[in-house]
Design a protein around this ligand. Structure first.
Ligand code: TPP
Length: 569
């Protein structure tokens, strides 16, 4: 295929070897890949590394790029280290864009690399050798993803590859974190280097910002004076959970996790008031928004006039969102854990005067919590059919406190007890469907001893490219438990239609047009084809045993399992 292949005797290292080495030196454990004719230098580099025991990331073939990106996200969530994905030129890049959008909005650092059609038409090692090499060229391949990544670069000089990787990781890992994109043409990637391979020293990344002490003092004053403060949050790093729990408990401030993507507060915390702002918001005199891009829906509800609103986060203005107009009286740029620690310290001197007010508020909130818990118990009591509330409760009871749950929409967190930080993740605020299965698989790869559970709507499951997911699970020994909430419809689409046109023509068939997934496929047959323990469950009474058995098979037999739960909602 190529002109003048390099004779074996003249094997100087090639840039692709330095690329893999630099990724490994930066902590990329895995190299999730879906290859094409741009990959021969990469394949050669892995093959050489195998012979020489050189340090490289572990290559993982993922037969769809969107799933590969989700897997990298799952691995990052377990390790905190950036992961690498490489795909085939522009077409492979196109297939990453859905989950790349998710990662960008979830601030997940990813080194996304793609080949590029060979630059030269002839005359160089690696020059074009296939008809596709003309049609796959773009004027600006990186332009496809530029809005979603923090940085992009095309390798031109082979010897620069180590510095390029260093720069890519530095940008991706600097807060707010996010994906970067690297274009690797075949000629420089396959070019020999004049220097032997050497370790690449990662540049230290700046620690997340500490808050402005004056802003913290102001907020502490406002908290001490507030009658009905409220905290709304959506995505907290594990290390911010304890400081939030302490602050909420100490000052009797209710916390709402609105559209949460992580566990923000243990379910049993006395100030955990669930997942809908509701009356706590419309009644508040101080709202503290911590790492929440959309703390409430302004067209549906809002804080009362005169209520102070404070935004805390790494990027409290969400500068990459084209429009976002939540009221703000104070913005504090800092990581949540730094801000909460500073706030707790600043509050201690100011709370004395506020103690009677805090005690009275605590009393009211305890009462409110009693009512809330009684209602939750009632809502999750099994009826004739399996409800999402009951299913969520049984999942929580069955998987145990250390399981890590990846949820793509259907889980009712009000009913699924999660106590430990880092045991719950949900799809990015961008909501690109087809994330949960891959993220769970990537997490299992990175944390093989943890029970990893994917809770997916039937729509989300289909978006995930389930054939590919179950193949990856089998091929790489990644036994996860997948629970499909099968309501045979796009419930969210139907609800959106009815919310606008219940009394219109669309309401006449209950909003089912373009939302119905009937007849539902036998998802269990699909998973069984890849060796999974796979069962359909329809009766509420069968659910606890079916879930416990699937959990045991995943844990003890290390075999993937899928439950297709018929669950009308
Ligand atoms: C890639 C992508 N395409 C379309 C959508 C729009 N969308 C949002 S929710 C949804 C339906 C999800 O269905 P399912 O997973 O079964 O959950 P349910 O709504 O029934 O609870 C769709 C199609 C999306 N978010 N992402």
């Amino acid at each position: 295929m190529a002109l003048n292949p390099t004779p074996r005797s003249e094997r100087a290292p090639i840039a692709a070897e330095a690329f893999l080495r630099a990724l490994a030196d930066h902590g990329a454990d895995y190299f999730f890949a879906n290859p094409g004719t741009d990959f021969p230098p990469i394949v050669e580099a892995f093959s050489r590394a195998k012979k020489t025991n050189a340090k490289v990331p572990r290559p993982i073939l993922v037969p769809h790029e969107n799933l590969a990106v989700a897997m990298a996200h799952g691995a990052y969530l377990m390790t905190g280290r950036p992961q690498a994905v490489m795909v085939h030129v522009n077409v492979g890049t196109a297939n990453t864009i859905n989950n790349l959008t998710n990662l960008a909005r979830d601030r997940a650092p990813l080194i996304l690399a793609a080949g590029r059609t060979p630059i030269t038409e002839k005359g160089h090692f690696g020059s074009r050798s296939r008809p596709i090499h003309w049609a796959q060229e773009m004027f600006d391949q990186a332009g496809m993803v530029r809005e979603l990544v923090k940085w992009d670069y095309e390798l031109r000089v082979p010897g620069q590859i180590g510095d390029v990787v260093c720069r890519a990781v530095e940008v991706a890992m600097t807060t707010p974190r996010g994906p970067v994109y690297l274009v690797l043409p075949r000629e420089p990637l396959s070019a020999p280097l004049s220097e032997p391979l050497a370790p690449v020293k990662p540049r230290p990344v700046a620690a997340p910002a500490h808050p402005d002490p004056r802003a913290i003092a102001t907020l502490a004053e406002w908290i001490a004076a507030a009658e009905r403060p409220l905290i709304i949050t959506a995505a907290l790093a594990a290390k911010a959970v304890e400081p939030l729990a302490h602050l909420a408990e100490r000052c009797a401030i209710p916390v709402i996790a609105y559209n949460p993507r992580t566990l923000c507060l243990p379910s049993s915390h006395p100030m955990h008031f669930g997942f809908e702002p509701g009356a706590l918001l419309t009644d508040a005199d101080l709202v503290i928004v911590i790492e929440a891009d959309v703390p409430w829906i302004p067209s549906l509800q809002h804080p009362p006039a005169g209520c102070r609103v404070v935004h805390i986060g790494e990027d409290p203005a969400y500068v990459r969102y084209p429009m976002r107009s939540f009221p703000s009286d104070l913005a504090i740029q800092a990581s949540a854990d730094n801000a909460l620690a500073a706030l707790t310290a600043a509050l201690e001197q100011r709370l004395q005067m506020a103690e009677p007010r805090i005690a009275a508020r605590r009393g009211r909130l305890i009462e409110r919590m009693r009512t809330r818990r009684a209602q939750l118990t009632k809502d999750s009591t099994p009826g004739e059919r399996i409800s999402p509330e009951y299913l969520s409760r049984v999942i929580g009871e069955t998987v145990g406190p250390d399981a890590v749950v990846f949820n793509e929409y259907p889980l009712r967190l009000d009913h699924c007890a999660r106590e430990k930080p880092g045991t719950f993740f949900a799809v990015s605020p961008a909501g690109g469907l087809g994330w949960g299965l891959g993220a769970a698989l990537g997490a299992k790869l990175a944390a093989p001893d943890k029970l990893i559970v994917a809770t997916l709507g039937d729509g989300a499951y289909m978006f995930a490219n389930p054939m590919v997911g179950h193949w990856v699970a089998g091929a790489y020994g990644l036994p996860i438990l997948t629970v499909v909430f099968n309501n045979s419809r796009y419930g969210a689409v139907r609800r959106a239609t009815l919310a606008m046109f219940k009394d219109g023509a669309a309401g006449e068939n209950d909003g089912r047009t373009l939302a119905d997934l009937d007849p539902a496929p036998a998802y269990e047959a699909l998973a069984a084809a890849q060796g999974a323990h796979a069962v359909r469950v329809e009766r509420p009474a069968d659910l606890p045993d079916a879930l416990a058995r699937a959990r045991d098979i995943v844990v003890n037999e290390r075999r993937q399992a899928l439950l297709n739960i018929i669950c009308p909602y």
